[in-house]
Design a protein around this ligand. Structure first.
Ligand code: I3P
Length: 105
């Protein structure tokens, strides 16, 4: 599973609210491989590891973010260490595909 996702950080480790200034939406090229979600800041800098973030989706939960109504097809990812991210997919189909793949892990 690969594709562009916009991400907003909502809560950091242990569910602490992500502080002001770190809550904005950012675009990433996302790849799910095994139990790891790789987030590259842009598709053209694949070789530059410093531009990549890694999120473990082991014991994570993905679900449609029904409470978040500012943008369409947004899902919520809660990690095992209680971080929470919102991800905006490019379509409802892609959102459902990401949710399904993450929850399969
Ligand atoms: C955040 C940014 C986000 C906004 C968030 C702000 O500011 O404007 O777009 O979320 O609101 O805190 P910053 O860039 O300084 O982190 P929305 O797009 O969902 O409104 P929030 O604090 O209510 O999450």
């Amino acid at each position: 599973q690969k594709g562009f996702l916009k991400r907003k950080a909502h809560a950091d480790i242990d569910g602490k609210r992500t502080p002001w200034g770190k809550r904005s939406w950012k675009t990433f090229y996302a790849m799910l491989k095994g139990m790891v979600l790789y987030l590259q800041k842009d598709d053209y800098v694949k070789d530059c590891l410093s531009s990549e973030e890694v999120v473990s989706v082991h014991h994570a939960l993905a679900e449609r973010a029904l409470n978040y109504t500012k943008r369409p097809h947004v899902f919520r990812l809660q990690t095992a260490d209680w971080r929470v991210f919102l991800f905006e997919a490019q379509s409802t189909e892609q959102m459902n595909s990401w949710i399904g793949r993450i929850n399969l892990v």
